[in-house]
Design a protein around this ligand. Structure first.
Ligand SMILES: *Cc1c(COP(=O)(O)O)cnc(C)c1O
Length: 349
């Protein structure tokens, strides 16, 4: 493969795990993929990926979508009707980063339970549920995030998710998992994907974050729901034609890039341990590939730290004025981690 297809010129890009570029093996899989017209249901590579992902989570069906946001929004329309209510954390991706899509596209009303990241409290959530038949918005669904993005990549324990499933069952509401990084939870906690799958009515999962595919997410659920999902996707403009090229990359990612996430978690932890002395991160809280930096007591704010690090070849994300974030992924090796630790230690000292 020509070097310029992947070369990063020794820049350590830790802004997000979305910045990965396809590996040589993945490009080979893309180049040789069998394709058809997926809007006609004719693309064998898309169909195989959908069946494979459904089986991984122990569900009947899955649908390939162009982004995690669209996968979430299709799923939310499956579990909450217009005028229905979604309960979610205030710091959830579906609340914070999807630009009001549940309201805009689904007519869904959202109520939040506060910013507690992966620290879910099923009893508190249960107390928020409003039944139909009263003069209030009836609760249709609950959404949780695994791993939790703004919660610093935190993993919701399986026991808590089981309690939440019991709450959902007791009140007859649906449970959706924004599982953009559910692979990271699976690797960090050793919970089988099917065990997660069994707890949710719908899941969205992402192939283009840490798994390294260029594009693609899936909605997972029952056959009935995924049949409806196909129509919703088309309505939202997400029907794709020879999408097998993308699905081939996703399948390659699932076959080759899941277990290696453990290395990303180790590298993230190494960064956290190295930067802990500056009081910006608690290593014990870094469970997966996200390293949030709390700069509330630092001389540098997040945009300044990011700008100064960038000048020295280390890209990090300024998430808020006093919060920065580093993310390890497929394109961050030990050398890049060492470089990032050196540069950030200098700047934070
Ligand atoms: C990235 C992400 C998504 C989806 O993002 P897209 O950029 O639309 O693919 C959804 N949920 C979480 C938690 C994410 O981190």
């Amino acid at each position: 493969m020509p070097a310029d297809l992947r070369s990063t010129d020794r820049i350590a890009d830790l802004r997000s795990d979305t910045v990965t570029r396809p590996t040589a093996g993945m490009r080979e899989a893309i180049a040789t993929a069998a394709v058809g017209d997926d809007v006609f249901g004719d693309d064998p590579t898309v169909n195989a990926l959908e069946n494979h992902v459904a089986a991984l989570f122990g569900h009947e069906a899955a649908l390939f979508a162009p982004s995690g946001t669209m996968a979430n929004q299709i799923a939310l329309q499956l579990v909450a009707p217009p005028g229905g209510e979604l309960l979610a954390g205030a710091d959830a991706h579906v609340v914070t980063y999807e630009l009001g899509a549940a309201a805009v596209y689904g007519g869904i009303s959202t109520r939040t339970w506060g910013s507690d990241g992966a620290q879910l409290d099923p009893e508190r959530i249960a107390a928020m549920i409003r039944p139909a038949g009263y003069p209030s918005v009836p609760t249709s669904a609950i959404a949780v995030e695994q791993t939790h993005n703004l919660g610093g990549g935190g993993v919701v324990p399986l026991s808590v998710l089981r309690d939440l499933r019991a709450v959902a069952d007791a009140h007859g509401v649906a449970l959706h998992c924004d599982g953009a990084r559910i692979w990271h939870a699976h690797v960090a906690d050793g919970v089988p994907l099917a065990e997660y799958g069994a707890l949710f009515d719908t899941l969205s999962v992402c192939l283009s974050k840490g798994l390294g595919a260029p594009v693609g997410s899936l909605v997972v659920g029952s056959r009935e729901r995924i049949t409806r999902a196909r129509a919703i996707r088309k309505r939202m403009g997400g029907g794709m034609r020879q999408a097998g090229l993308l699905a081939a990359a996703g399948r390659y990612a699932l076959d080759h890039h899941v277990q290696r996430l453990a290395a990303d978690h180790e590298r993230a932890h190494r960064i956290a341990e190295a930067l802990a002395e500056f009081g910006v991160v608690e290593p014990a809280r870094v469970r997966t590939n996200l390293v949030p930096l709390d700069l509330s007591k630092s001389a540098l704010d997040a945009p300044t730290l990011a700008a100064e690090a960038a000048e020295r070849g280390v890209l990090i994300a300024a998430m808020l004025p006093r919060t920065a974030r580093l993310v390890t992924h497929l394109d961050v090796d030990d050398e890049a981690v060492d470089h990032a630790i050196n540069v950030l230690s200098d700047l934070l000292a």
